[in-house]
Design a protein around this ligand. Structure first.
Ligand SMILES: O=C(O)C(=O)C[C@]1(C(=O)O)C=C[C@@H](O)C=C1
Length: 307
C-alpha cells in the first residue's frame, strides 16, 4: 500500500487535511516531524506523496513548505484542500486555568490565538513545538502545562482533557493544504484550477511589473504573490505566484513561456483543481478558442497560405 507523508505526530491539522486529500485511494499515512522531512521522503521515493500546509487566512504562508518546495529536486502539487481552523486548549486532568504557566503549540497556531492567550492566560509563557499535536504530546509527557491543539488531537492523547474549545482570534479561519508528489502526469484540467510557480527576477527597474504584465496581458488572474529571500544573497528574492488556470490552458502555457524568457529561474509547482472549485473567469480574448484561432492564423501566414 502506498505511503503518504504528513506533518505529525497524529492529531495535526495536516493529518486531517491529508486524509481528505487521499480519501479516494488506499494509502497509509505516515507522520514526519517537519514538513521538510516529509517532502524529503517524497523526493527519495520513500513515500508516494505528502500533505503540507501552505497558507493560513490569518497568519499567511507557511515558509517551511514554500522553502522546502523550492529546494532540491522539483516537486509538484496535485491537489488542494481547505480546512477550517479553530483550536482546543488541552491539559492534564485537574489543572486549573490559573495554574497554567506554559502553553505549547506550532508557531502558526500560536499566532492565530495571540489575543485569546493574552485575555485568558496572560501569565503563561508560550513554547513553540514542531506541530500542534507535538504540543499535545509534550503536555501528555509532562513537559508543558497546556497545548493549543486541533480539535481531533484529544482522540490521540486520551490522558489529556479539553480545558477550552472553539479558540480562534479570527472566526472562520482556514488553512490551505497541498498534496505534493514527484513530477509525473499532471492532474487533468477541470476549468477550476490553480497553477503555482516560483520565479526569480533580476534586481532591475520594472522587472516585477513586467512579469505581472505578462500575466495580465493574457487575462490570467493572480490569486497570490509573495516574496521570499533567495537566501544566498541579501536583497534578492523569489516570488511565489498562484494564478487561476491549468498549464494545459493556452493562456497559462503562453504566460509561463513568457515568464521563462524573463526570469532567471522558474519553478513549476503544479496545476491542480482549486479546493473551492470556483471556475476561472476567462475573458474572450484569452479563451482557448481565441488562442487556437490566432495560432492557426500565424501558421497559415508562415505556410504562405494567407489569401
Ligand atoms: O501543527 C499542525 O497541526 C499543523 O498541521 C500545522 C499548521 C500550520 O502550519 O499552519 C496547520 C494548520 C494550522 O494553521 C496550524 C498549524
Amino acid at each position: 500500500m502506498p505511503q503518504i507523508a504528513y506533518l505529525g505526530p497524529p492529531g495535526t491539522f495536516t493529518e486531517q487535511a491529508t486524509r481528505q486529500l487521499t480519501w479516494d485511494f488506499d494509502a497509509e499515512l505516515r507522520p514526519f516531524e517537519t514538513v521538510p522531512l516529509a517532502l524529503a521522503a517524497v523526493r527519495s521515493g520513500m513515500v508516494l506523496a505528502a500533505g503540507a500546509p501552505v497558507e493560513n487566512s490569518v497568519e499567511g504562508s507557511v515558509p517551511a513548505t514554500l522553502d522546502a518546495m523550492t529546494t532540491d529536486e522539483p516537486l509538484v502539487a496535485v491537489q488542494e484542500a481547505l480546512l477550517p481552523v479553530q483550536f482546543d486548549l488541552l491539559g492534564r486532568p485537574g489543572i486549573a486555568m490559573s495554574e497554567i504557566s506554559t502553553v505549547a503549540s506550532h508557531p502558526h497556531a500560536l499566532a492565530q490565538v495571540r489575543r485569546w492567550l493574552a485575555e485568558n492566560l496572560p501569565g503563561a509563557s508560550v513554547r513553540a513545538t514542531s506541530s500542534t499535536a507535538a504540543g499535545a504530546a509534550a503536555v501528555a509527557a509532562g513537559e508543558f502545562d497546556a497545548a493549543i491543539s486541533a480539535p481531533v488531537a484529544i482522540e490521540h492523547y486520551p490522558s489529556l482533557v479539553r480545558l477550552a474549545s472553539g479558540i480562534a482570534d479570527v472566526r472562520d479561519a482556514v488553512t490551505r493544504f497541498l498534496l505534493v508528489r514527484r513530477p509525473g502526469a499532471l492532474p487533468d484540467p477541470t476549468g477550476a484550477d490553480r497553477t503555482s510557480v516560483c520565479a526569480v527576477i533580476s534586481d532591475e527597474v520594472g522587472t516585477l511589473a513586467e512579469m505581472l504584465t505578462e500575466l495580465s496581458l493574457r487575462g490570467v488572474n493572480l490569486s497570490r504573490i509573495e516574496s521570499r529571500p533567495l537566501r544566498e544573497r541579501f536583497g534578492e528574492y523569489r516570488f511565489f505566484l498562484d494564478f487561476d488556470g491549468h498549464v494545459a490552458d493556452a493562456r497559462i502555457g503562453d504566460a509561463l513561456t513568457a515568464l521563462r524568457r524573463r526570469c532567471s529561474t522558474v519553478w513549476f509547482l503544479g496545476s491542480y483543481p482549486k479546493a473551492d472549485r470556483s471556475p476561472a473567469s476567462v475573458r474572450p480574448t484569452a479563451s482557448e478558442q481565441a488562442f487556437q484561432v490566432s495560432a492557426g492564423w500565424l501558421e497559415d501566414i508562415r505556410a504562405g497560405r494567407l489569401a
